[in-house]
Design a protein around this ligand. Structure first.
Ligand SMILES: NC(=O)c1ccc[n+]([C@@H]2O[C@H](COP(=O)([O-])OP(=O)(O)OC[C@H]3O[C@@H](n4cnc5c(N)ncnc54)[C@H](O)[C@@H]3O)[C@@H](O)[C@H]2O)c1
Length: 463
């Protein structure tokens, strides 16, 4: 049976090997502004991963309140992506973009060169697929840089443990680190969190997160066409591969998972899950070879017996539901009305979502309606005023909880938080040594398919 095609469009060819747009020596002659990252001083930003989100995050950084900010360096593994990001941010932010060709780098080591353009106290943005997070974070800590990194942070046990240690190292150096779980900076959610802690709906006993919204770009991949390299092709379709992104489950569902656990003020201790792959062909009849299921239903259990259900579906023309809820012993809350954290949030007496039981509906303070902008304003405020700020620990925990739900569905087993955190399967070993000619961490089988989860058969590993 066929699904409508997900986007496997063919972009321009990538730059070859470890291309850097210009020679390293050019940097020696570049006079970078000095930075003290306090008060009204200039804060410089480098963008690593110049795709959709990175471009948006860089623009949010440049629009942030509190003092001057400039984008001074960029890095990506694809030159065409870097170029289009540069053009887009330049169009939007004009003179705040000071990233001439000699500070735009392409390749797997480009992240180092971009961060080398910064001074301690500046900010590096990490918006590549998650697999590279620990590599880039390690270098930022070494350089004394503050960081904004996109979610999720990890897909497996070994890198989760590594990232928790790096979080401590960053705090020990007083670095400020933001994680792109923007719900926590959505003002309606912050008020809802307070109302739930104050007992407005009683004790949370059941949370529900639904992301049933059709197939998304990149979730399903057809066979590797042989060009670019298998590694670069997988990076371009990172949602399709567990090593790169944790798959659709981690990359897409983490927002609801994190926000519901935050509202409950607890992380679940175990998960069991269902899921499967109903459609294996795209809308054009081509076989999909990726590692995702096209539906998931995972039940998490908390220490106090409360439950969280996460349902996801990537099928077209079905009943789409994309929202989240918290049931308490006295009432119910709509957390995200639509999307990952779309307002308004509301609370109701009892379990019925009816106007006559409404207790509260959120509003956002003037100018604070965009959580993506708020997260940058909050980070910059912490940097300029030297306030403790490190979101990595909860970012890792949200990633582990996402991974344990995904693994429960993929293996057909009950998976505890400790099972996931302490698992020994590392999905992309040696990723810090990758070059343009490295083999992909996951190799296609003879028929072009990739090892896919097999619940009940592969009980200990996802693939
Ligand atoms: N918070 C949110 O709401 C939100 C929304 C979208 C994406 N994201 C997250 O942002 C990240 C990126 O997602 P996206 O949608 O922008 O994807 P994307 O494919 O548009 O961008 C990723 C970019 O990173 C580049 N890249 C990959 N590996 C690299 C490496 N080793 N070094 C340098 N560059 C590298 C790619 O070439 C690409 O340009 C993901 O982790 C995703 O989950 C978060």
């Amino acid at each position: 049976m066929n699904q409508p095609s997900s986007s496997n469009s063919t972009p321009p060819k990538p730059a070859s090997t470890t291309t850097r747009i210009t020679a390293a020596s050019a940097l020696a002659g570049v006079a970078l502004p000095t930075v003290h990252a306090a008060g009204s001083d200039l804060i410089q930003v480098a963008l690593v991963g110049c795709g959709g989100r990175g471009t948006g995050a860089a623009a949010d950084a440049l629009r942030s309140k509190g003092g001057p900010v400039k984008l001074v360096a960029m890095a990506d593994v694809f030159e065409y992506r870097l170029n289009s990001s540069f053009e887009s941010i330049s169009r939007e932010c004009g003179k705040q973009v000071e990233a001439p060709p000699e500070r735009r780098f392409v390749g797997f080591d480009a992240y180092k060169k971009a961060m080398d353009c910064l001074k301690p106290g500046d900010v590096a943005i990490f918006a590549t697929p998650l697999a590279f997070r620990w590599v880039h974070f390690t270098y930022a800590i070494q350089k004394g840089l503050n960081v904004f990194m996109e979610k999720p942070l990890t897909a497996d046990g070994p890198t989760s443990r590594k990232m928790l240690k790096l979080a401590e190292a960053a705090s020990a150096k007083n670095l400020k680190v933001a994680v792109g779980l923007m719900t926590r900076h959505a003002r309606p959610f912050q008020e809802l969190h307070k109302r739930i802690q104050d007992g407005e709906i009683g004790d949370p006993i059941l949370m529900q997160g639904y992301r049933m919204a059709g197939p998304s770009t990149g979730n399903f991949a057809t066979k590797w066409p042989g060009d670019p390299s298998e590694l670069l092709w997988q990076i371009r379709r990172f949602h399709s591969f567990l090593w790169a992104s944790g798959g659709v489950y981690s990359d897409n569902y983490i927002h609801h998972i994190d926000q519901l656990c935050w509202l409950k003020n607890a992380w679940p201790v175990k998960a069991s899950g269902l899921g499967g792959r109903h459609y294996r062909y795209d809308g054009r009849g081509r076989l999909c070879v990726d590692q995702n299921f096209d539906w998931y239903s995972v039940e998490y259990i908390f220490e106090d017996g409360a439950r969280m259900i996460v349902d996801g579906r990537g099928m077209a023309r079905c009943n789409d539901i994309y929202s989240s809820y918290v049931h308490g012993t006295k009432g119910i809350a709509i957390a995200a009305k639509s999307g990952d954290c779309g307002a308004p949030s509301s609370t109701f007496k009892g379990q019925k979502l009816q106007h006559s039981s409404l207790i509260w509906t959120s509003t956002s303070p003037e100018g604070e309606g965009n959580p993506y902008q708020n997260e940058w304003n909050d980070l910059m405020e912490a940097i300029r005023n030297d306030k403790p700020y490190n979101e990595v620990e909860y970012g890792v925990k949200a990633s582990v909880v996402s991974s344990m739900g995904r693994m429960a569905a993929h293996t057909g087993q009950e998976i505890t938080y400790e099972d996931m955190l302490n698992h020994d399967h590392e999905y992309a070993p040696g990723i810090d040594q990758f070059t343009m000619s490295s083999p992909a961490p996951l190799k296609a089988m003879a028929d072009g398919r990739y090892p896919a989860p097999a619940p009940g058969i592969n009980k200990r590993r996802e693939f």
